[in-house]
Design a protein around this ligand. Structure first.
Ligand SMILES: C[S@@+](CC[C@H](N)C(=O)[O-])C[C@H]1O[C@@H](n2cnc3c(N)ncnc32)[C@H](O)[C@@H]1O
Length: 273
């Protein structure tokens, strides 16, 4: 399926990284192709390096954010399903999970039973209004085109009282900690990934991973964007100085920034579900 084109950003999580691409169109294509090409290696490298945080951490974060048995979950940027798998173990047989991702290659590696996987993106979710009790997004925030629009979509698909969790890696405070993390993530991880997978693109993915962390907007801006979207109790919990858990709930009908026109919405309407 052709991936949607997202209109120019209002709140891009980071500026264009010109060493990789020269325009927003190119960025979207680059990211999709990078994940498509490296999807077969993603889980292996992620597990080996544990910096995407392991299954245990993901499950704990979901429970801290209020995920419980029987809930209906929309997992955005579901990729190979690492966060979705943990969500399934929490919601159990009476829950339901829909995964959404623009990379068909990543989702092809998500071998999850009883899950609905939809090609789409955070900025134009292929989901009905108020269809979810819980929206999760693991380590995809840095890849969005427009955080405001994505948050407006999360707000739309959550039922009143529903919960949002966004996991992301953020730069630690302090120059020394940042320098240490940078050497690990920008040098060691790509080298190890290259040796283990023998794929140059996989090394590029993990180098790009750090570059987006370094260029990403500050946590305070993410929290502001959550409030602008209508979430009332936006907060950030940090583990080990780098694992940020942004949580909030939809409290009911309230003021929010109207999303800019989404031209690709029709491509991901109810008929695709
Ligand atoms: C680092 S992977 C994370 C996968 C999984 N959530 C996890 O916890 O490991 C990021 C995923 O975000 C997806 N992605 C990129 N742009 C996106 C967008 N605009 N909307 C939703 N997902 C996006 C990528 O295709 C990729 O599968």
């Amino acid at each position: 399926m052709t991936a949607p084109r997202i209109e120019p950003a209002r709140l891009a999580p980071h500026a264009l990284l010109t060493r990789y691409y020269g325009s927003e169109d190119e960025r979207q294509r680059f990211v999709r192709e990078l994940f498509d090409t490296t999807a077969v290696d993603y889980d292996r490298v992620e597990r080996m390096l544990a910096l995407g945080s392991g299954a245990w951490y993901r499950r704990q974060a979901l429970q801290r954010a209020g995920l419980a048995a029987g809930m209906r979950v929309v997992d955005v940027g579901t990729g190979t399903g690492l966060l979705a798998r943990e969500a399934l173990s929490v919601i159990g047989a009476h829950g339901a999970l829909t995964g959404v991702d623009p990379s068909a290659g990543m989702m092809a590696q998500a071998h999850l039973a009883g899950v609905e996987l939809l090609n789409g993106c955070a900025e134009a979710l292929p989901c009905a209004d108020a269809a979810a009790d819980f929206v999760s997004m693991g380590y995809a925030l840095r890849h969005l085109s427009d955080l405001d629009r994505a948050l407006a979509e999360f707000h739309r698909v959550l039922r009143p009282g529903g919960r949002l969790l966004m996991l992301e890696i953020t730069r630690p405070a302090g120059r020394l900690a940042t320098a240490l993390l940078k050497s690990y993530m920008r040098a060691l991880v790509p080298l190890a990934a290259r040796i283990v997978t023998r794929r140059g693109a996989t090394a590029t993915l993990w180098r790009y991973y750090w570059d987006t962390i370094e260029a990403c907007i500050a946590p305070a801006q993410v929290l502001d964007a959550m409030r602008r979207a209508g979430f009332a109790d936006a907060s950030r919990h940090v583990e080990l100085r780098i694992f940020s858990e942004y949580t909030a709930s939809k409290t009911g009908p309230c003021e929010r920034v109207e999303p800019s026109p989404v031209t690709n919405r029709a491509a991901f309407g109810a008929e695709d579900r």
